[in-house]
Design a binder for this molecule. Structure first.
Ligand code: DX5
Ligand code: ZN
Length: 222
């Protein structure tokens, strides 16, 4: 199996020192930085937008894995590209023209992703699977960190694994919400190649980050 990417969600970081926190998780072995953008309308919480992402960009060379929980998306695509997003993931429910949105993300120089809420079926990505580089399985309802993993999403993950394998393309299969040392192995067994974790990475402060990230990686048998 190829390496499982760990993408810590800065939603659980100390917002008063985000640059420092990003440098700390970079040094602790993060593969990507997961940035949750919320608008208080698509989800019942507010976070940050392009100006803050732009300020964070110089703090790491690791890819910015930006998860948009906003509606609409299209008017902001260029701003996220300018701010330094590498992957831009959208929810299909955020607008009426998912295909157009994905094309616009690609045209702006970013890698498009689609996020599936717990009640959204895997089949939604079928018509656009050749246009995306990442599928994000939400294993909690989006909006907050620290929620419990919804086990029913493992079956959907297995289904998505089969759909991705059929394309022969290297599409990242990422899972987000309630991931910890107990749930991550189940998600990996179901076929994910990237794990988002907020509370499980940031608990215990900077001195614990490396061990927290290690605990999410697949165990190597010797
Ligand atoms: C939830 C966000 C997640 C969140 C995960 O809407 O998309 O990225 O930060 O937090 P944990 O890992 O604490 O469940
Ligand atoms: Zn997220």
């Amino acid at each position: 199996m190829s390496k499982v990417l760990i993408s810590p969600s800065i939603l659980s970081a100390d917002f008063a020192k985000l640059g420092e926190e990003i440098r700390a998780i970079d040094g602790a072995g993060a593969d990507m930085i997961h940035i949750d953008v919320m608008d208080g309308h698509f989800v019942p919480n507010l976070t940050f937008g392009p100006p803050i992402i732009e300020k964070l960009r110089p703090h790491t060379k690791k890819p910015f894995d930006v998860h948009l929980m906003i509606a609409p998306v299209d008017p902001f695509i260029t701003a996220f590209a300018k701010a330094g997003a590498d992957i831009l993931t959208v929810h299909p429910e955020a607008g009426p023209h998912l295909h157009r949105t994905l094309q616009a993300i690609r045209a702006a120089g970013m890698r498009p992703g689609v996020a599936l809420n717990p009640a959204t079926p895997a089949s939604v990505i079928e018509p656009v699977i050749d246009d995306i580089d990442l599928v994000l399985v939400m294993s909690v309802n989006p909006g907050f960190g620290g929620q419990s993993f919804i086990t029913s999403q493992l079956k959907k993950t297995e289904q998505l694994r089969r759909m991705i394998d059929q394309t022969g393309r290297d599409i990242i299969l990422e899972i987000d919400g309630g991931l910890n040392a107990e749930t991550a192995p189940k998600a990996i067994a179901a076929g994910v190649t990237a794990i988002v974790a907020g509370s499980a990475v940031f608990q215990g402060g900077p001195s614990a980050y490396a061990e927290n990230i290690r605990a999410l990686r697949p165990k190597v048998r010797v």
